[in-house]
Write a protein that binds this ligand. Structure first.
Ligand SMILES: [Zn+2]
Ligand SMILES: [Zn+2]
Ligand SMILES: [Zn+2]
Ligand SMILES: [Zn+2]
Length: 215
């Protein structure tokens, strides 16, 4: 994917920045507070990014559920955070092989501090891996988790140069509505669009495991 990293709008003031610029902007725009300012991006592509304000009372599970709702949920797969050498599973693993495991009921602010990087994984088959980082502390609102900013729409295009609306779940080929009507099969793997098209969505889970943005 050789596309420039999209800018996104600050939900507080509406100004647009890249994800990196947004890290600095949010500190100035929101001011200091007690909420955790977290940044997430798809670990294998900088196209999708998200800045969140997380309440000091929020648990890892609250953030996991928020990430599922906005970006990930397709069919209720398992997920985990890895922070330092500890892995926090939705269900703690009781065998003593592998890194020590913790519970997602742990408070987010008890395991993070400014600058700390961590990983979130959803689905251990077709894994969507997110790189997270705590940027600092910001002033937050009442919600446990709130979007401070996210990447804007990515201009995916069909072979015919029109905006793509769907992609093939097998090969990732992008297609527009008109071409889908004209040629009912994916040109690469010859599966029928009727069965194999997934919608283009603003999510790193786009095109994976039947992801249609509706949990
Ligand atoms: Zn702003
Ligand atoms: Zn799934
Ligand atoms: Zn295909
Ligand atoms: Zn087309």
């Amino acid at each position: 994917m050789s596309m420039p990293t999209p800018r996104g709008a600050c939900t507080t003031c509406g100004k647009t920045w890249t994800s990196r610029g947004m890290s600095r902007h949010i500190a100035a725009c929101r001011g200091q507070g007690r909420h955790l300012h977290l940044r997430f991006a798809d670990a294998s592509s900088p196209l999708w990014w998200l800045h969140l304000a997380v309440a000091p009372t929020a648990t890892l599970r609250d953030v996991d559920q928020f990430l599922r709702a906005i970006w990930l949920e397709c069919c209720g797969h398992l997920s985990a955070f890895t922070i330092g050498h500890v892995r926090y599973d939705a269900l703690p693993d009781l065998d003593d092989w592998g890194p020590p495991s913790g519970s997602m009921d742990t408070g987010m602010n008890s395991v993070l501090s400014e600058g700390v990087k961590f990983i979130h994984e959803y689905d251990f088959g077709s894994t969507t891996r997110l790189a997270g980082q705590m940027i600092g502390l910001v002033r937050g609102g009442r919600s446990k988790v709130e979007v401070l900013a996210r990447n804007g729409d990515i201009p995916w295009t069909c072979n015919c140069e029109q905006p793509a609306t769907a992609l093939c779940m097998h090969c990732g080929a992008l297609v527009c509505d008109a071409c889908m009507l004209e040629t009912p099969e994916c040109s690469t793997c010859e599966c029928s669009w009727e069965e194999c098209a997934l919608p283009v969505l603003n999510s790193p889970r786009m095109g994976v495991c039947g992801y249609d943005g509706e949990p």
